[in-house]
Design a protein around this ligand. Structure first.
Ligand SMILES: Cc1cc2nc3c(=O)[nH]c(=O)nc-3n(C[C@H](O)[C@H](O)[C@H](O)COP(=O)(O)OP(=O)(O)OC[C@H]3O[C@@H](n4cnc5c(N)ncnc54)[C@H](O)[C@@H]3O)c2cc1C
Length: 440
């Protein structure tokens, strides 16, 4: 069988990664991307927007030999820095000494992946073209000029839908029978804000920590950019008390920040401008099945499994998809349908698991990280991690290992049962000791 030709719809993080990998494997690939060429265009926003890449993402980047260059650009974050309402700080390490998640500029990472894909003579990159429809039967991808909507053209091949959470490719698959689909919006939204460097060029907060302001029903986070600035993300309910809909005047925003994040306010000179200038983003969990239509079309990245951002794993999971996709093609060289079946069956349980964990982590970050009980538990888990070989708390398993997400979740549940029973046993021993003491 001749090697198939692929048309990748979407040249974001995952689309450019999969195109680069396919090109390296000797497949002909065409990438259709709605935005401009990041190698020529300035980044869409003048300011950095960052994302955390951990072991899974770094592993995929290393396969493209992009990893080494990028490690030097990323800012390692070794711990959480928790900001209490009174300004007091506490810290929680993410893992063992030296283990860190890495804050990267999203735009720079995308640019590097596009450069990597473009280096292959097998990959052609087409920018400023918006896919409007696909035909699964014929493998036709219809696309138009993204700015004008005119100049309709068609590309043909095996279609890889890497066009994000609101995927046009997935939309076309949904029109077929037996395509399961669910989309769940969080009642919270997010807004990106900014902490500039100090006048002397130094960073206004500790750079090697993920800063979190947990406030129960809402929270704020800040992650360092390579240039000593911080991208801040505010997560609030869309409506109701402390909701985005209530913060509709500069005075209301200022009063809210002074009340809830007093230590951050002096660091955010453009708070009001940013708050009203930046859009409020929505967060959605998307699940769909199957991910493939025979041997003609397949979904990857957010198009297959958009998740909420609270584990910092969306892109990491998408990069893992790419590796599994390539591995499946290698294992089934003459049978594309079997390769796509293997890929989706191996990925789906894992992306379902990280979707659930990401939702659960929202409660942990906005609320529990500030509670004494949670902190003691984390310390105990950390101690067990240091002294018992094989005991790995959930966060390090997700962020610092390549253990499949579903397996990591199951292992963490087993470990939790052991911790619970140990707690009960210790409490029983203590109660017995007290009782024996009283009888004496
Ligand atoms: C606030 C926030 C914070 C996050 N933080 C992290 C983090 O710290 N770590 C992490 O791993 N993940 C994080 N994520 C998740 C991460 O952003 C996504 O999982 C990742 O971007 C998915 O990559 P993708 O290529 O699948 O989709 P996208 O990044 O959405 O890329 C899709 C691409 O397809 C293009 N496209 C869309 N429609 C069309 C069309 N019709 N025709 C042609 N092209 C099209 C788009 O222009 C885009 O380039 C975060 C998400 C959010 C919202």
């Amino acid at each position: 069988m001749d090697k198939p030709r692929f048309v990748v719809v979407g040249g974001g993080l995952v689309g450019s990664m999969v195109a680069a990998l396919l090109g390296r494997e000797g497949y002909q690939v065409e990438v259709i991307e709605r935005r401009g060429d990041p190698r020529q265009d300035a980044m869409e926003s003048g300011r950095s927007i960052n994302l955390a890449i951990s072991a899974r993402g770094l592993n995929a980047l290393a396969q493209l030999a992009v990893g080494d260059d990028f490690l030097s650009l990323g800012v390692p974050l070794y711990r959480r820095a928790i900001h209490a309402p009174d300004g007091a700080m506490s810290y929680q390490p993410y893992g063992k000494a030296g283990q860190a998640i890495n804050s990267f500029s999203r735009g720079e990472l995308n640019r590097a992946l596009i450069v990597s894909a473009g280096r292959s003579a097998n990959v052609s990159l087409v920018f400023n073209r918006r896919c409007t429809d696909i035909d699964v039967q014929t493998g036709r991808v219809t696309h138009v000029d993204a700015a004008t909507g005119a100049d309709e053209r068609v590309s043909t091949g095996v279609i890889v839908g890497a066009d994000g959470a609101f995927s046009v490719v997935r939309g076309a698959l949904q029109k077929r029978e037996h395509q399961d689909y669910s989309q769940d919006y969080l009642a919270h939204g997010y807004k990106e804000l900014f902490i500039p460097a100090r006048p002397d060029g130094s960073a206004a907060l500790e750079r090697n920590a993920m800063h979190i302001w947990p406030r129960g029903r809402f929270m704020m986070m800040a992650m360092a950019n390579p240039d000593a600035t911080f991208t801040v993300t505010l997560y609030l309910p869309m409506t109701g008390p402390n909701g985005f809909d209530q913060l509709n005047t500069p005075e209301a925003v200022q009063a809210f920040f002074v009340r809830e994040f007093p230590d951050a306010v002096p660091l955010m000179p453009t708070l009001i401008e940013d708050f009203f200038g930046n859009k409020t983003g929505a967060m959605v969990t998307v699940r769909t099945w199957p991910w493939r239509a025979g041997d003609r079309a397949v979904l990857i990245g957010d198009a297959a499994h958009a998740i909420v951002p609270f584990y910092g794993q969306g892109a990491n999971a998408g990069f893992e998809d790419c590796l599994e996709f390539i591995e499946s093609l290698r294992r089934q060289p003459g049978d594309l349908g079997a390769a796509l079946a293997r890929y989706q069956e191996r990925r789906k349980p894992n992306t379902d698991a990280i979707a659930d964990l990401a939702l659960a982590n929202f409660n942990e970050m906005r609320d529990h990280v500030a509670s004494a009980r949670f902190l003691w538990r984390k310390r105990f888990e950390h101690l067990l991690h240091l002294v018992i070989p094989g005991f790995i708390p959930l966060y390090p398993m997700i962020s610092f290992s390549l253990i499949p997400y579903a397996e990591a979740r199951a292992k963490a549940e087993r470990q939790n049962r052991v911790i619970r029973w140990t707690g009960w046993a210790l409490a029983a021993v203590a109660a017995l000791a007290v009782w024996a003491g009283l009888r004496r």
